[in-house]
Write a protein that binds this ligand. Structure first.
Ligand code: 0WE
Length: 270
């Protein structure tokens, strides 16, 4: 059997009876969509939240898999976030097993040039959407996860939050805050048996990232020099999310797992 078929067999039933929500699907290139496919194949019951501007596309993707609920959610508006979770509680009988947080944003003009030129407004926007939203979502999800006797929260991060990556700038600072939030949230929620972890994915060609200058040359370099000599695929991120949501990872919380073909172990060589 080919690796791909074996992986399909392996996923079957791992999340049977588990239900949860995925925030951050925008289109079929979204990392969150790769995660949705893995969790769906593992038998999970899913709900996708979407931003109003991508409603039609997300509803179409939900239909593609079948049996998936969708709901508008704006993580920057406390009242709307609360309203969304009230609806989620009703749709899922007050209980969920997991939350996938795959949301980030910075103004395009902040993702080039020098970090020193970041505006106060751009800094706060990146922090609000990309880092604080995890804590806000965790707070809303806590009672629903607790009602199930525990659960798992997974977020997405990037190497640029640990080290300087050209042009990543204000997003790097937001990812550093996000990764540190994972640790504090893991400590807050551990007594409720709620685990909080992050996946640090290698660069993937998404609709969001194609807007970034120089990303294609980064992707090409990683295929050449990463230990696995390849680029990260959304399916690989999806299967790691599956592990983190499943009971196979029951001893892991506050962790950042790199899914990047091993690129993070390298020192600069040029
Ligand atoms: O986290 C990211 C990017 C997330 C992102 C993308 C955009 C593009 C469109 C956040 N905000 C925006 N704002 C927009 O207007 N990545 C890990 C991908 C990424 O982005 C980079 C990278 C890599 C890798 C930016 C500069 C350098 C490298």
């Amino acid at each position: 059997m080919q690796t791909e078929e074996i992986v399909k067999v392996n996923r079957k039933g791992i999340l049977a009876g588990k239900k949860g929500i995925i925030l951050g699907i925008a289109n079929k290139w979204s990392i969150a969509w790769g995660i949705a496919n893995s969790l769906h194949e593992a038998g999970a019951e899913l709900l996708f939240t979407y931003q109003d501007r991508v409603k039609d596309r997300v509803e179409k993707l939900a239909e593609e898999l079948g049996g998936i609920k969708t709901l508008e959610c704006d993580v920057t508006d406390e009242a709307l976030l609360e309203k969304s979770f009230k609806e989620i509680a009703e749709l899922f009988d007050g209980k969920i097993d997991f939350v996938i947080h795959s949301i980030a944003f910075a103004k395009k003009e902040e993702l080039e040039g020098r970090y020193i030129d970041t505006s106060r407004e751009g800094y706060l926007l990146a922090q609000d959407i990309s880092a604080f939203s995890l804590a806000a979502v965790a707070k809303q999800a806590e009672p629903l996860l607790k009602a199930n006797g525990g659960g798992s929260i997974v977020t997405l991060t990037y190497l640029g939050g640990e080290r300087v990556v050209k042009n990543y700038n204000v997003m790097g600072v937001a990812k550093a805050a996000l990764e540190c939030s994972v640790k504090y949230l893991a400590n807050d929620l551990g007594p409720d048996k709620i685990r909080v972890n992050a996946i640090s994915a290698g660069p993937i060609k998404t609709l969001a990232s194609s807007a970034i200058s120089g990303i294609q040359s980064m992707i090409n370099e990683i295929a050449e020099i990463s230990p696995l000599r390849k680029n990260t695929e959304t399916e690989e991120v999806g299967d790691t999310a599956l592990f983190l949501v499943s009971d196979l990872s029951r001893g892991i919380t506050g962790e950042v797992i790199h899914v990047d073909a091993g690129f993070h172990v390298l020192a600069a060589m040029k």
